[in-house]
Structure formats: structure tokens, C-alpha cells
Design a protein around this ligand. Structure first.
Ligand SMILES: [Mg+2]
Length: 191
């Protein structure tokens, strides 16, 4: 089967990592509970910053955040397991084109299985649906409401990677990556 994954806040714990970096850079000690209570994607709101200040902070530290964000628990192992079982693993990220090569290399270094032709990068959020359709994915995982909301008409299983800002969506969701192995096994038994 074909599995597609968004990267940021689906496979990598990017926002929480950014939150911790902002605390350090701003010399603040905002509690992690404030982060977990956010119902919006931008992290700067936890620090009381304006949109403009938040954008400036993000631009200044984006590379550091991108390339040091850790994967969620078991994400690497579970995708390796899928690959080992002969499933096709695709990555579909809207990171800007200038970051695509380094992002791919960082995934490989982290241990994610990245096979030739299965890394898609640099599209807009609303363009992902076309790639997902053309690839004929069986499963797709993303965290972002703006993306998930475009996928309702496709014939595939869409899952939200559970987060405080997507809980209003009525869509299947995955909290821990280990759950994916059960989902795949259930799917296999149904066939
Ligand atoms: Mg994402």
C-alpha cells in the first residue's frame, strides 16, 4: 500500500521544538502548558507577540528549528517497519523550495526511509491534494486543517495527526505513531 506523510508536526515535533527555542532565545520561561493550550498553529502567541514579531522570530530561527526538530515517538521506527514490509512511503511537505534538499537529507540522517521519487516538497498547502490524488495514495497523514479540509473528496484514508488546533475536525486521527501498525494490520485482515 501507499502511505503519504506531511513532515512538520506530523512526523517531526516542530512547533514544540520551536516553543522551546523561543523560550531560550527570548530568555523567557513560558510554561509548556501554555503551548499545549494553543488552538492556533503559530507558536508566538504563547509569548504574547504580534503577528509581525512572530514572523520575524520565525524567519530568524527557521533553519535551526527545521533541522534540529526531533521526530515524534516511534515515527522513524514505524515508517521503517512499513518500508520493510514492502509498503511505499511518500513525504509531502510544503516547506519552501530552498529548504527541500536539506530537508530530504535531514530525514535520511534521522533514519526515515526515503526512496528515490518519493519525496515531494515546495508546493503550497492547497496543492497537496493534487499530488496525493495523482500518487494514488491509500493513506495520508497531516496535521493542518487547511490541508485536511481539501481531501474529503478523495478515495483514501485520511488521518489527522492529533493536535490541539485540529480537534474540531471530524476526521480519523492518530495520536501515537505505534497506532499505525494496528491500522495497517486491521486493513490487511479486512481484505
Ligand atoms: Mg504539518
Amino acid at each position: 500500500m501507499k502511505f503519504g506523510f506531511d513532515i512538520d508536526d506530523t512526523l517531526l515535533n516542530l512547533r514544540e521544538h520551536a516553543f522551546r527555542i523561543y523560550n531560550l532565545k527570548l530568555n523567557r520561561q513560558v510554561d509548556i502548558e501554555v503551548f499545549h493550550a494553543l488552538t492556533c498553529i503559530p507558536v508566538h502567541e504563547a509569548f504574547g507577540l504580534s503577528t509581525e514579531e512572530g514572523r520575524e522570530l520565525w524567519d530568524r530561527h527557521r533553519s535551526e528549528i527545521y533541522y534540529s526538530a526531533p521526530p515524534f515517538n516511534d515515527a522513524v521506527e514505524v515508517l521503517q517497519e512499513l518500508d520493510r514490509c514492502g509498503h511505499e512511503v511518500y513525504y509531502i511537505t510544503a516547506r519552501a523550495p530552498v529548504h527541500c534538499d536539506q530537508t530530504k537529507q535531514a530525514l535520511i540522517q534521522t533514519g526515515f526511509p526515503v526512496r528515490d521519487g518519493r519525496f515531494y516538497c515546495g508546493m503550497g498547502d492547497l496543492e497537496k491534494v493534487h499530488i496525493i490524488r495523482d500518487l494514488g495514495l491509500d493513506y495520508y497523514f497531516d496535521d493542518k486543517p487547511a490541508v485536511l479540509e481539501t481531501l474529503g473528496d478523495l478515495k483514501l484514508s485520511v488521518y489527522a495527526k492529533d493536535n490541539s488546533y485540529n480537534r474540531h475536525l471530524e476526521v480519523a486521527r492518530i495520536v501515537e505513531w505505534r497506532e499505525l501498525l494496528d491500522i495497517v494490520n486491521v486493513g490487511r485482515n479486512e481484505r
